[in-house]
Design a protein. Sequence first.
Length: 111
Amino acid sequence: MHYSQEIIILTIIGMMAVTYIPRLLPIALLSKKQFPEVITQWLAYVPAAILSALLAPSLFIKDGEFSLSFDNMYLWAAIPVFFVAIKTKSFFGTILTGMIVIAAWRYLLAM
């Protein structure tokens, strides 16, 4: 099927709008408002909760099944990464620790 350039450009502009507007509206409407301290503290936990929800399936599900076995390297790599994250509160240090643990695990398995 052949689409004209106008249809392609309008489709791209439409996709930009439906992606940009839901992000812009809350910022535009709420940026000048002052929230109570309890709401501000609660909102501080939202990024960590979302990240946890995204990571949990990768850590606990292997080959479509719940897995706490020794061969689930991502689950075991998460343990030292968790402690490094708690102790250092460093995003870079946490990522680096995870990469080192996974690389070491794969290196030891290849031996």
